[in-house]
Write a protein that binds this ligand. Sequence first.
Ligand code: PLP
Length: 394
Amino acid sequence: MTDFDYLATRQQHLRESQRFRNLVPRAADGVYLIEPDHRRLLNFGANDYLGLAVQMRDDIENSNAGTDSGDGECWQVAGGSGASALLSGWTVQHQRLSEQIAELEATESAVVFPTGFAACSGTVSALAEAGDLILSDQLNHASLIDGCRMSRAKRIVYPHADWQTVDSILRQRRHEFERVWIVTNTVFGMDGYVAPMDRLNEIARDHTACLIADEAHGTGVLGEDGSGVCEALGVKDQVVIRIGTLSKAVGSQGGFVAAPRVVIDHLVNHCRSLIYSTSLTPAAVAAASAGIDHIRTQPERRQRVKMLARRVRSELSIEPRNDLEASVPIIPVVVGDDSQAVRVSRQLAELGFYVPAIRPPTVAEGTARLRISLSAAHQDEMIEQLLNAIRRLV
Ligand SMILES: *Cc1c(COP(=O)(O)O)cnc(C)c1O
């Protein structure tokens, strides 16, 4: 495993020159901010030029439509956050959401981003530097690919899930690089494939590399506690940098990174998509906070969607590559030909089902497909009807 002492050393230098940045959780009250020490400050740091964000907060408070979080605190969910996280855009609710995420992920710290895309691209580009190597799975999400492209590290794309190739590249070339980052989706959104996180973790350990996991499709669904693939494969405590989205199973919008505190501090100080973008909007923060709570208290939702995934796969005879993949709620029905995929998708729509056709370049040539995404909210009859329609058309 990579140790992050070098980040701690740099942060010490920043502190000494008074340049170390911290997120300060503040409460918003109209045009005032309440500091952690309860001082009430008139806010001259937001970009709410027309006062509309303040107006919308007032309106919702006056209509009592703010949701009570249960401890008597009225969540002000209308309007935007007004500024980036390092200025006045980081509220006590952002802080609490980050703490909920760190608890779910069992990491020291976490931070929330405006989107999952920003979390992925920003984290990879902020950590991998000139002189480093990034090993990136061929089927990685566009946000990780962009992160690799924006960094000054050398990038090698390895064949999908091919941990043997990762191992052999590192055997031959590890000495050429300062640090090595292995970057991968944990679930691949177009195929429902699961990355061999246990194998990759061993390789990262053997070669002193750092594995960065993008759990976008895993969070909330896989693993006993619902924290994703790393948990399901028993390497949650070893894969120390995990990125996720609040926009899929969590049911809101936004992204997050869960990691050791020194890594989160690095992102707060250097990650451009976190520093130079308006922080996650309060409505999304409130919804995400509720979503993470539901993930903790309602394991039956993930049990149900996993059961549905197994049923649909087995009824359509779509073999998973391993047992964990069997319970991923993304099921590709590969038809091969682009026009055939589009035609079946259109016919399904006529029967009342939205099942998108996915074509190249999103997937490889000759593997156009229908992609079924399942939900715990789908009822048994709905699944039956979909299966009947697909059997008839494909
Ligand atoms: C959806 C997704 C993202 C982006 O998340 P958003 O919150 O939609 O921006 C990043 N990585 C993967 C693997 C995804 O599936």
